[in-house]
Design a protein around this ligand. Structure first.
Ligand code: FES
Length: 228
């Protein structure tokens, strides 16, 4: 959870912004790296920060990805800004000598420049300017067709995650999905981040996730996402 120490919100009589939940891209040598995309005033403020500016950070929080069991390989499937935690995952899996492929989807060629955060990724773009023209989930289907001995690791826009969830359930290939949700506290107190699971109850994305198994999600989990 990231917050600028100063100018976090409007004037003195206005509400402050909530902290922003951001996945770590890389950690080491006393440094943490994040990828930010400006989508509103909070992220705009964060990207304004320069060297020496102060930042509040709460974390690490929640549950992350787990390495594949047995002889399954990892099939990484990500889109947009959601590729940041997948870059860290790839780094860790390669260090464990796990066999893997990476599939990344972007809106266009400009956004596809982010693919360099992962090694050797196959790319899909909506406009076909880089790589496969179409959806990254089309690359995923082809990859599973080639070899279904896999665990899918996914992070990206909710519609992409829903497509991956459906592919996982239909194919029986397990998938770990890193969900995004609006968060206020980040540690389980506010219930602002709940997602519906398949027994009809709700789980907090910040505490029980953000990584959840695809087969645990309710088929209408995305409806709840859209209603927030
Ligand atoms: Fe507060 Fe999850 S962000 S409970």
């Amino acid at each position: 959870m990231l917050t600028s120490s100063v100018r976090w919100g409007g004037g003195s009589d206005e509400r402050p912004y909530l902290p922003r939940a951001i996945s770590v891209l890389a950690a080491g040598d006393g440094q943490l790296s994040f990828v930010l995309e400006v989508v509103g005033p909070g992220t705009e403020r964060l990207v304004e920060l320069g060297a020496g500016d102060r930042l509040r950070l709460l974390g690490p929080l929640g549950k992350g990805f787990t390495a594949p069991d047995g002889d399954r390989r990892a099939v990484i499937c990500g889109g947009g800004i959601g590729i940041a935690p997948l870059a860290m995952l790839q780094h860790q899996l390669l260090a464990q000598e796990v066999e893997l492929v990476a599939l990344l989807g972007f809106r266009d060629g400009a956004h596809a420049a982010g693919a360099k955060l992962l090694a050797g990724a196959q790319i899909a773009t909506d406009d076909g300017s880089v790589g496969h023209r179409g959806l990254v989930t089309e690359l995923l289907l082809a990859e599973l067709d080639r070899d279904a001995r896999a665990v899918i690791y996914s992070c990206g826009p909710p519609q992409m995650l829903e497509a991956v969830r459906a592919i996982s359930v239909a194919s029986g290939v397990p998938a770990q999905l890193a969900l995004e949700a609006p968060m206020a506290c980040g540690y389980g107190a506010c219930f602002g981040c709940v997602v519906k699971i398949n027994d009809g109850s709700f789980r907090r994305t910040c505490l029980d996730g953000p990584v959840v198994s695809a087969d645990q999600l309710a088929t209408d989990w995305l409806l709840g996402e859209g209603q927030r």
